[in-house]
Design a protein around this ligand. Sequence first.
Ligand SMILES: Cc1cc2nc3c(=O)[nH]c(=O)nc-3n(C[C@H](O)[C@H](O)[C@H](O)COP(=O)(O)OP(=O)(O)OC[C@H]3O[C@@H](n4cnc5c(N)ncnc54)[C@H](O)[C@@H]3O)c2cc1C
Length: 411
Amino acid sequence: MKQVVVIGGGVIGISCALAAQAEGHRVTVLEPGPVGEGASWASCGCIAVGEIVPLSQPGMLMKVPGWLLNPEAPLSLRPTALPGLLPWFARFTANARPSRMRAIAQDLAALTFSATADSKAQIADIGSPELLVERPVIKLFDGESDQATMGAAFDLARELGCTIDEISGREAHEMDAAIAPDFKYAALLRDWSFVTDPRRLVQDLHRAFVARGGQVQPAAAVGFERDGSRVTGVHPARGEVAHADEVVIAAGTHSKVLANMLGIPLHMEGVMGYSTSLCDAGVDLQHTVFYPKGGFGITPFDQELVVAGTVEFAGLNAAPKWNRADVLVKRARRVLPGLRTDMAERRMGRRPFTPDTRPIIGRTAKLSNVILATGHGQLGLTLGATTGRLVADIIADRKPRLDISAYSPDR
Ligand SMILES: Cc1cc2nc3c(=O)[nH]c(=O)nc-3n(C[C@H](O)[C@H](O)[C@H](O)COP(=O)(O)OP(=O)(O)OC[C@H]3O[C@@H](n4cnc5c(N)ncnc54)[C@H](O)[C@@H]3O)c2cc1C
């Protein structure tokens, strides 16, 4: 039995903690809280099995001037952040070659194709199976050019095993009457599902972890104790040092700062996204719908309808620009004409993004007992349970059930 310290109690950290605890280890999670309000709280809630085509795409560099000029575009870049982001962007654009994109998509598929089974097993284990709804996600397109931009990504995803059916906009409306009837095309993503309340998911995972004897120290990790190539303890902002046989760094975008303290360079940025929760939306939406042209998705959570999306490159610690959330809500009426928007609460989340869109899961050669579990980008909610299982394999020094070399922190 080992003493495991997990830094960060978001969906990734708490999933790692539970999986390690299930193998008999003594586990402490450092999480300054509030529990459940990490990036996943601002998410669309999807178990996005087919979201495997990387964000970097051919011609990306040419698009940067446009992102700089239009701060309300679905994809934007804050001019003040550009100098700091340049090294990340250089790596990002190097991943936009078709051969790289295919290799990355394969590596992501290797993870996401286990996600539904792993998530179902995880929520069944904590007694909250109702948190997952297995219902296809619908993508909506205004016209041919709009749909064509997704065509190549759909082809690649299909080739790798995803099930995507193309239907007419009218058929989408017939499946879900809340959707406007005049979209030209739609796609049904049959492998996807959604979590009905991402905040509750993280809170329920915490509750189960604590009920089984796990410890949550309500403080941020601020430093480390070392003995040669081992980390022997983690300093919290307040309270006792947490002694460790194994340390898992799973603090979302903040993992970069913590890894840097240990001399591990992580090529990761926080890509901001926004969501607005509408608790009296006035429409009865049954499916998660995505409108790629508008850069957002809408998900019918348990107690609220959430409009979430946009990709904003702004650096790791930039303050939110809430008008970006407001723009999404205005555009959401194109999808749901009956939408009422008066009871709104806005959220912002930073997706921890690597330049190659692959997460960072594994040990680093620099330190013998430090495991990284971060960089999940737009797939953190999808891959929480899967990452937890892999990290449990790593802690046990077992051969992981899939080849994890592509996710190495040292790549
Ligand atoms: C708009 C939007 C839509 C999204 N939609 C989806 C989707 O549909 N499907 C999907 O799979 N993903 C989606 N995502 C991405 C997903 O939310 C993230 O990938 C995921 O939340 C990352 O999980 P995490 O645990 O790594 O980070 P977080 O959820 O951010 O959790 C990190 C935790 O670490 C803690 N922490 C920070 N610093 C320290 C420290 N020093 N010490 C201790 N703890 C610390 C924080 O308090 C936090 O609780 C979306 C994200 C956004 C913004």
